[in-house]
Design a protein around this ligand. Structure first.
Ligand SMILES: [Zn+2]
Length: 117
């Protein structure tokens, strides 16, 4: 697990230009990571200067405790999503097996006698 450090790397994306080639659109970016100190508690807001164009870009940095809580929350949500996906797969599998089970003569219920006579 990645540790929540005292500083957070803010990914600053500056779109330089867009090109159209046929039906495709290409976006050109310039990426830069700016390091911001986390506040001791709560959320800190501020602004960073974009190195490409000089514009100020707002940011929000969470305290380590908040960042950790947030990470746990996301992990819990991920687990729930995985669990519900597994249930969906199980239900689907059960439906498929009951459909195919119904199609095979030996397992169909109740007319067993129809096949034995
Ligand atoms: Zn910029």
């Amino acid at each position: 697990m990645q540790q929540v450090g005292p500083r957070v790397g803010m990914r600053l994306i500056h779109m330089t230009h867009t090109k159209h080639r046929g039906s495709d659109t290409y976006h050109y970016y310039r990426l830069r990571t700016a390091w911001v100190d986390r506040p001791p508690e709560g959320v800190r807001t501020g602004s960073l200067r974009c190195a490409t164009c000089g514009d100020m870009v707002g940011f929000r940095a969470r305290s380590r405790a908040r960042a950790k809580a947030r990470r746990l929350l996301w992990r819990a949500l991920g687990l729930i999503a995985t669990a519900s996906l597994a249930v969906t797969i199980m239900i689907t599998a059960r439906m498929i097996s009951s459909v195919s089970g119904g199609a095979s003569p030996g397992l169909s219920c109740p007319p067993l006698s129809r096949w034995s006579h």
